[in-house]
Design a protein around this ligand. Sequence first.
Ligand code: FAD
Length: 393
Amino acid sequence: MQFTAEHDQIRSTLKRFIDQEINPHVDKWEEEGIFPAHDVFKGLGDLGLLGVNKPVEYGGLGLDWSYSAVVAETLGHINCGGVPMAIGVQTDMATPALARYGSDAAKDDFLRPSIAGDYVACLGVSEIGSGSDVASIKTTAKKDGDDYVINGGKMWTTNGVQVYWMCLLANTSDDQAHKNKTLICLPLRDESGKHRKGVEVARKLDKLGMRSSDTAQFFFEDVRAPQRYRIGEEGAGFMYQMVQFQEERLWGALSSIVGMEGTVVETIEYTRQRKAFGQSILDNQVVHFRMAELMTEIEALRALSWQAVEHMMAGEDATRLASMAKLKCGRLLREVADSCIQYWGGMGYMEETPVARAYRDGRLASIAGGADEVMLSIICKYMGTLPGRSNRK
Ligand SMILES: Cc1cc2nc3c(=O)[nH]c(=O)nc-3n(C[C@H](O)[C@H](O)[C@H](O)COP(=O)(O)OP(=O)(O)OC[C@H]3O[C@@H](n4cnc5c(N)ncnc54)[C@H](O)[C@@H]3O)c2cc1C
């Protein structure tokens, strides 16, 4: 990948913002179980960082996705997983389909203010009974006059407590499960900031990790949304969401790299000064060899992720490589945190030690945004080894 001066500038602008406006507050936000998304997003929006690859007409920088990939990688400098995940939801999970397929009206009303950092967005795909099996969602959006009337609910919605609008996946007909779904921009609040009629945040979810990111469960009862807020064609929502998942999964892999490197470097520093049996812990070959192995694996993930970005840039199908990168990222986050926490000993088990947070936060990547097994199924499809499925080379 050839990086330009513009890539470097985006990297340094974001790094400065993280050092000055985010990292000094992360410990407090982790403790409080929420971060001020409106303030952080406004700051990022003012710097143009919430829409680097989005159209200029809607306030984006109009660059290609390699610049978004640089943003994702740089977000790894944030000292937790929760805040970068919330930013990634805004830039690469809730808005790609809207930018790609949305009408001018929908882009004006939702994309522009999301890029500016005036609105917080979320992605409503998963439901209480449907996570891995996206096709099985039950939420419906039925036509009534010029509106859709929405009933059902969404589960594990990142940004759900502070959010203004949801990129909602709902069933709009009784057709086959892959042909009956539609993406809709659903405003969740009125002008006063209160939840609209029929929108209920059932609860703010208490999580193992990613503690500064707010996650909610929603119920919808006869919630109305104008049909002009539909994203693209009716019935094409499942396909749009599968495309949108590519950005999400690659974003996940790229955003994990810098944090893992940091965990290894901090572990080397700690074990170098920590003595046992008359020598530093690091001087045991099993320890410094392990650190070398982990760094090698992280570099391999970086190479794989950027190779997937290059495929995307070339207009090729990046699904296979993006799925491999997501799978590798989930497994490596667990491996790095587990190996490193071991060599921190008792200190690694303390809340004050960053590796403890990395251990908790990293566990999510093998579950959310498509579990490891879902990634394996996609890779198998491309390999032609998934029983009963055609070989989609
Ligand atoms: C903190 C957090 C944030 C999230 N944010 C969002 C969000 O913003 N928006 C959103 O829509 N969703 C979000 N999710 C939901 C997430 O994407 C789902 O949890 C995920 O897709 C897995 O679905 P599930 O939990 O229903 O697991 P299930 O589908 O119940 O699967 C359980 C487990 O079974 C295994 N499994 C599944 N399928 C197979 C298979 N074919 N073969 C073998 N094993 C299998 C996997 O190991 C999986 O983890 C979030 C989840 C969490 C925890």
